[in-house]
Ligand binder design. Structure first.
Ligand code: GRF
Length: 216
């Protein structure tokens, strides 16, 4: 079982889907802890209920420090927790903070990729950043999507593990887009993690310097 730590800031529906996949033996992993930057995040109470260590690691609020200094101080506290737990992978599931390159590089494998995975609610590289389903809807896009990718220092970049597209032409609200997207997320994330966490893939460097993740 691959030991993982899940990072999340909110409701935790992706945490639920990962936890369910583990229980149903579709995903050979063990969640050592759930870490959240938000004290009242629903995901923490969900983890506690499931008997999983749930940790709230608050970000410092000092006004004398720069954003970067605060970010690094926060990550230092997180790293202290992680070093005790020794996970093989970090799984981001709705974690709403930007990670520094220093933190990310702590998890870089000897093969070059970073052992941190993220799910983003768009067809990257379209609509990076927050509220991606809303961004696609408000833009008038005909399709939206879901991307599972390795984390790299540039936000919402990194080699793509899996993507799925869905039509939003007949959606009248952002809520409808999100509902459709989340259904895909809850299937795609555990499914993708099942081969990513066991490192059954190759990352090929193809023309123009792009990276291509190929499942073995
Ligand atoms: C999901 O849409 C995920 O793709 C994005 O944030 C949302 C988190 O939802 N990164 P939940 O907390 O897993 O329910």
């Amino acid at each position: 079982m691959v030991p993982i730590v899940v990072f999340a800031s909110g409701r935790g529906s992706n945490f639920d889907s990962i936890q369910r996949a583990i229980e149903e033996k579709k995903l050979n992993a063990r969640i050592l802890a759930v870490i959240s930057d938000k004290k009242d995040a629903l995901v923490l109470s969900k983890a506690e209920k499931a008997g999983i260590v749930s940790l709230h690691v608050a970000a410092p609020v000092s006004s004398t420090q720069s954003v970067l200094e605060r970010r690094m101080a926060h990550e230092k506290k997180i790293l202290e927790e992680i070093q005790k737990l020794k996970p093989q992978f970090l799984v981001l599931a709705g974690y709403m903070r930007i990670l520094t390159s220093e933190f990310i590089n702590e998890f870089r494998s000897e093969k070059g990729y970073v052992r941190i995975v993220n799910i983003h609610p768009s067809l990257l590289p379209s609509f990076p950043g927050t509220d991606a389903y809303a961004q696609a809807f408000r833009y008038g896009a005909k399709v939206s999507g879901v991307t599972v990718h390795f984390v790299e220092p540039k936000v919402d970049s990194g080699p793509i593990c899996a993507q799925e597209v869905f039509s939003i032409e007949d959606c009248h609200t952002v809520g409808e887009v999100e509902k459709r997207g989340l259904e895909i997320e809850h299937r795609l994330y555990p499914q993708t993690l099942s081969w990513v966490l066991t490192e059954k893939f190759e990352i090929e460097r193809r023309s123009e310097g792009r990276f291509y993740v190929r499942q073995n």
